[in-house]
Design a protein around this ligand. Structure first.
Ligand code: HSE
Length: 362
């Protein structure tokens, strides 16, 4: 069987770009299955990496180039992954790729917030795609669900925690009494923070993300610089946490987009959140997004909102969506081939309650 090789280029080999390489390497067979191949070797090939650095010693060091014109001219490259960060030149590079009839997949919130509408239109004109699932919520699928799964609803409200770095910091401040700066340096080391973490701390990153989501939900171009209330976490103190705790609250940085009649309220600010509530339990780098639809009511999306592999998961899934030619078939073989473990091999721990009831422990 001939394995079809799809060539991609990665623009920006930082935390997310390297994560894309890792995900492709680790999940090659699963990725091939999604593409309809059975070969063990990954059939998505990173042909080029555009970066200023050389990455000497990295297995893909020979793919690194600074020549974007060469990538654009290479007709065998069908998808460009833009994980550069920053609005420019990421916007210009994405535009050029789409005009060269290459689909673009991005994790870049700044570009999507500022120019997403233009790039989507250029993509459509050129018969290719501009995909940005990774731009909001890291590994959480939220863009696709918003675009596809609420069509029977009017989306009334989207609210939640959209920045992993600040949620990590607030969690450390609350649970370990750690100062903001110290928690930020850990978040940086873990690859959660922006190149300039001011965007995280000041709430700008959350603002971009809520605008991207609200833009889809409300069918409008909503750039973040039109939001009137963007408050970050720099004013939140250890004393605030103590005082909030006495009232039964914790503090979370929330982004909110809500329809009020035929107008929209958008804001980013630290909020008091009732302890014991779902949002109060969202800690560390995790994000949670509550979408309220007119028919479905509240639906919650939860997962890791930042970091190399979770974000790369969303990027690679977008790449696969572009490249896959037909939906993966569900095989009935699993019923016969020993795939299902017998219950005596589950190994679940149980606990017996005082009344004799036995439960599995979760
Ligand atoms: N700095 C961002 C965050 C990265 O912490 O959420 C993911 O968009």
């Amino acid at each position: 069987m001939v394995v079809k090789m799809f060539n991609i280029a990665i623009l920006g080999f930082g935390i997310v770009g390297k994560g894309v390489y890792e995900v492709l390497k680790e999940n090659g067979d699963r990725i091939n299955a999604a593409l309809g191949n059975n070969n063990k070797d990954a059939s998505i090939n990173i042909k080029y990496i555009l970066d200023r650095l050389e990455f000497k010693g990295h297995p893909l060091a020979d793919r690194v180039t600074q020549d974007y014109a060469m990538i654009l001219a290479d007709k065998t490259v069908s998808v460009v992954v833009e994980t550069m960060g920053g609005a420019s030149p990421a916007f210009e590079f994405s535009k050029a790729a789409l005009e060269a009839k290459k689909s673009v997949v991005t994790s870049n919130k700044e570009v999507v917030d500022k120019h997403g509408d233009v790039l989507i239109e250029i993509a459509a004109r050129n018969g290719v795609s501009y995909m940005y699932e990774a731009s909001v919520g890291g590994g959480i699928p939220i863009i696709h669900p918003l675009q596809n799964c609420f069509l029977a609803n009017k989306i009334i409200k989207i609210a939640g925690i959209l920045n992993g770095t600040t949620n990590f910091i607030l969690t450390k401040m609350s649970e370990e009494k750690m100062p903001l700066e110290e928690a930020l340096s850990i978040a940086k080391a873990k690859g959660y923070a922006e190149a300039n973490p001011h965007a995280d701390i000041a709430g700008l990153d959350s603002a971009r993300k809520i605008c991207i989501l609200a833009g889809i939900a409300f069918g409008r171009y909503l750039p973040f610089n039109r939001i009137t209330v963007i408050e970050g976490i720099s004013a939140v103190t250890a004393e605030d946490f103590e005082a909030a705790d006495k009232l039964g609250y914790t503090i979370k940085l929330l982004a909110v987009a809500e329809l009020v009649g035929n107008r929209a309220k958008l804001l980013v600010a630290p909020h008091l959140v009732k302890k014991g509530s779902l949002i109060a339990a969202v800690n560390d780098v995790y994000n949670a997004i509550v979408v309220t639809g007119s028919a479905v009511g509240e639906v919650v999306f939860y997962g890791q909102g930042a970091g190399s592999l979770p974000t790369a998961s969303a990027v690679v899934t977008d790449v696969l969506e572009i490249l896959k030619s037909h939906p993966k078939a569900i095989s009935r073989a699993a019923l016969e081939d020993g795939f299902l473990l017998p219950s005596n091999a589950f190994g679940d721990k149980t606990a017996t309650l005082s009344n004799g009831s036995v439960y599995r422990l979760y």
